[in-house]
Design a protein around this ligand. Structure first.
Ligand code: F6R
Ligand code: MG
Ligand code: MG
Length: 364
């Protein structure tokens, strides 16, 4: 059976700042998707939130980039945004950049990760959802999952993973994409994906049969809107087990809270802290950036689950390390490399300051 998993998310309003989606909005989203499920557009759904982002996890049989599915996501966000506006919630409708829906939510503000698959007899997968960071946050862990034998034992000892994976890397500035093969081209892959603000892993496929293994959202809101409208907190879908990396190989890279851009005002590097959903409420300096992971299986397009994967105490040490790194980074205040580089700042407040001081720069 062919099933499509669509994860579509948007920040449509938060409580007391940018850190949590109130229950009221989650309820509206659940009611809205339940209506659409009854109409038969989607087969199943799960609604959750990570930080200030409302997450719609949906299954259906209509393929990727389907107009009806995108439209129900858009309408659901609209309904939640209206309620957010009515109750005076903060940042109501923040990620809804257009007034009318035009066929696909891409480019309209929400983030999207979708994969159409031929369901295996058991089809386990993980949905990753990050807040206070941007799509490049997945580059390091996705590389480690699919190309690093020190992370993924299966690359070495499971014949079905041994031929490696193909990485589709997008240049988000030029709007181009390149396919590179691991293991032979890992140095080329790394040469690109170390630049988090520009080269983003968009898809990973298994080389033996071209099967999709992972998809990441790659929208960059700041480039879409031409001005800073919040970081485009990314989502990803990763298939697990039996010919794909095992669940534990998929989660293992997150035991290192690596540095990602985002955090306060989308302008600071900080550690990506793995948390259970209940702890995905970034309040310290609006952070540090969070990543949550839900494990599901999908069967006949129906979702079973989820399991809240980072609530495992085995990630306590990573959280503690993230707290220590957060302390260390914070003590740099407005100095790089805590504050992000100037080019990235151009989407935020720096141009205003440069404009003001323009006439006062004299030849040195
Ligand atoms: C970053 C984020 C927050 C806000 C900050 C200022 O992604 O959401 O750090 O940038 O709280 O928000 P405003 O400008 O709405 O006061
Ligand atoms: Mg936000
Ligand atoms: Mg957010």
């Amino acid at each position: 059976m062919r099933t499509t998993i669509s994860v579509i998310k948007a920040d449509v309003g938060s409580l007391a700042g940018h850190h949590i989606v109130p229950d009221q909005l989650l309820d509206i989203a659940r009611r809205s998707l339940e209506e659409e499920r009854k109409k038969g557009i989607i087969e199943d759904f799960y609604v959750t939130s990570v930080g200030d982002d409302l997450q719609l996890i949906m299954t259906h049989r209509r393929g990727e980039d389907n107009k009806e599915v995108h439209e129900i996501a858009w309408n659901t966000f609209k309904r939640a945004a209206e309620a957010a506006k009515d109750t005076g919630l903060y940042g109501a409708g923040q990620d809804l950049l257009k007034d009318t829906f035009s066929g696909n939510v891409k480019g309209m503000g929400p983030g999207v990760a979708e994969m159409e698959i031929e369901e295996r007899p058991s089809e386990p997968f993980v949905v990753f959802m990050a807040d206070k960071t941007s799509p490049g946050a997945f580059n390091l862990p996705i590389f480690r999952i699919f190309a690093d034998p020190f992370n993924t034992a299966g690359l070495v000892i499971d014949p079905s993973l041994h031929s490696g994976f193909t990485f589709e890397v997008m240049d988000v500035i030029e709007g181009t994409v390149v396919e590179l093969n691991a293991p032979e081209e890992i140095y080329d892959i790394l040469a690109l994906i170390g630049t988090l603000g520009r080269y983003i892993i968009r898809k990973v496929r298994r080389r033996s049969d071209g099967q999709i293994a992972a998809v990441m959202s790659t929208t960059r809101l700041n480039l879409i809107a031409g001005r800073y409208v919040g970081k485009d907190d990314p989502v990803a879908i990763v298939r697990a087990q039996h010919g794909f990396p095992a669940l534990g190989e998929i989660l293992e890279p997150f035991s290192l809270p690596h540095l990602v851009p985002g955090w306060m005002r989308g302008s600071h590097y900080g550690p990506l802290m793995p948390v259970g959903i209940k702890d995905a409420r970034p309040t310290r300096f609006d952070g540090p950036p969070r990543i949550a992971a839900l494990g599901f299986v999908v069967h006949n397009s129906r979702l079973v689950g989820p399991s809240d994967l980072f609530s495992d105490v085995a990630f306590d040490e990573a959280r503690r390390m993230a707290g220590m790194i957060a302390d260390y980074m914070r003590r740099h205040g407005p100095f790089m490399p805590h504050r992000i580089e100037q080019e990235e700042m151009e989407y935020t407040t720096l141009p205003g300051i440069m404009e003001k001081l323009k006439g006062r720069f004299k030849p040195a």
